[in-house]
Each structure stands twice: as C-alpha cells, then as structure tokens.
Design a protein around this ligand. Structure first.
Ligand SMILES: [Zn+2]
Ligand SMILES: [Zn+2]
Length: 81
C-alpha cells in the first residue's frame, strides 16, 4: 500500500490521523496473521516472521497487546469500524 503524507507538520489534520489509524490497523491485522513483519511499539524490537505469541522479553503489557491484536485479526473481537 502506498501511503504518501503531504500534510504540513504545523497543521493537525484529523483526516490524516484517521487514515494513518486505518493503515496501522491493516498492518496490525496482517502482522497478526504472519503476513508481514511486526514491530513492538513498546520495546521497538522487530519480528520479521510476524506477530509472535508473546513478547520476546516477557513483558506482560506487550503480550496483552499481542493477544488482543491477534483476537481482533481472527475476528473474535469486532473491529471499531
Ligand atoms: Zn519486548
Ligand atoms: Zn514488546
């Protein structure tokens, strides 16, 4: 997916944030299914194979996020449309 950001830095555009949110969710879903690499935003460690089952460092907070995102990707949790 091509995502080009042309918004000036000094202006806050809700539409841009929304588009970024959407792109972020799509990417999270893909990573949860192992279709693309995943980066933990908390530890900044990357998982080229996709989202792991739990944080590589045993962080409960990360594991909670992973489990939630995976449940969402499986459709167990309805996405906030
Ligand atoms: Zn970690
Ligand atoms: Zn982590």
């Amino acid at each position: 997916m091509a995502f080009v950001c042309v918004a000036p830095i000094d202006e806050s555009l809700p539409e841009t944030i929304e588009a970024m949110d959407k792109a972020m969710n799509d990417w999270t879903d893909k990573a949860a299914r192992g279709e693309c690499a995943w980066i933990c935003s908390d530890c900044c460690c990357s998982f080229p194979e996709g989202m792991p089952d739990k944080c590589a460092h045993g962080h409960q907070k990360c594991t909670d996020i992973i489990q939630r995102d995976k449940a969402m990707a499986r459709g167990d949790v309805p996405p906030n449309a």
